[in-house]
Design a protein around this ligand. Sequence first.
Ligand code: URA
Length: 456
Amino acid sequence: MNPVTLVQQTFRAIDVIRKKRDGVELSRAEIEGLVSAYTAGEIPDYQVSAWLMAVVLKGMTRPETAALTDAMLRSGEVLDLSSLPAKKVDKHSTGGVGDKTSLVLAPLAAGAGVAVPMISGRGLGHTGGTLDKLEAIPGFNVNLPVAEFRRVLEVCGCAMIGQTAEIAPADRKLYALRDVTGTVESPYLICASIMSKKLAEGIDALVLDVKTGSGAFMKSEKDAAFLAELMVETGERMGKQVVALITDMDQPLGNMIGNALEVVEVVEVLRGGGPEDLRELCLELAGWMLHLGGISSTVAEGKQQSAKLIASGKALEKFRQMVELQGGDARVVDDAKRLPQAQHTIQVASAKAGYVGSIQCEQVGTACVILGGGRERKEDSVDPAVGIVLHKKVGDRVATGEPLATIYYNAEARAARARQLIEASFEVTGTASAARRPLIHRVIGEKTIGKSGEKN
Ligand code: URA
């Protein structure tokens, strides 16, 4: 009898759930059994939900995390992109509110000569998802078969898709289940989810953007650093160059939150404008991508090259080309009205004068989900048009009655709930706070990367 048959015969989901519930370490075979049975549709969502919750509460050891990542990675195909001459570099964020950097970075790095095979996720919990943002562009296909993904990558230098039946199918199922069962916030599950799909992409290097603050899954910098180290270690174990930037998510990134609205802001940045925080983070992450991609000898040089690619219009042209190649209406680049439009808007005004002291970022993300911009149940579809535009960010001065935000909505009842949350999320204080949180808190894994962008 071969080992697979043995695993299938002896594997019982209930045993694995109870063991994890009781804090007992699971074996590689048990984890593989659970992942492969769930991917094959042999065990129901409710059992896997219970197991996920046990993982959230009890955690995982390093060997368990490695086994989970491997099992999820091997649930599908691992791409071989060695025929592409350019270095393959991707970037992934742990999830935030208003975080649309992937849509800027893929064409930007491709414009510099890095190949970017990007496999992304949908909105998770209160955070937005790259795939939902891309699908706000009419016609954009995030479900390309692998052969077509490869073709777009060859022609354009970047391609952006979701997990498929071929690539990391286990993450596709688990991700959707975690989203609606309160089981997102586990560093072990986040690590396995991100690293399995990234390692399946056939990349040489990876830049991770690990968020920290009130809108991140990892609220404290300590927890974010733990997750970052876990992912860097997992990537290195698989022979990849991985660096993680711990970046701020204590307020939304940029000013626009919501799928179509975020595409508008992406185009603004690619045109050389857009909000300062978003621009700065995009350049920093692009600097790392170019450095690891062997295009620039330092990160600073990579940032400068990226700024030039934006100024010359080349990055925007790459974005246009990628949208066209993936079936999307590239006219949205010049005419934002071609994106889905919400029927109504309503403003949230400040009840008093002062300075914005803080913005409860998770609540803003939840408000967007309530508007229909994210999912409350697995089978929900998202409304690409709805969202929130912030007029004030932390540190800004505000007068009584001045708008703090505008809500874009299609359903009155949802708008009323979202409005309450947004009102409550702004704290307006009498005095300006002196210290601002930095955008980049720290970098993990850089010491192991040499001057040429190679691992030491
Ligand atoms: N992004 C992912 O791809 N997976 C997670 O679990 C969290 C963020």
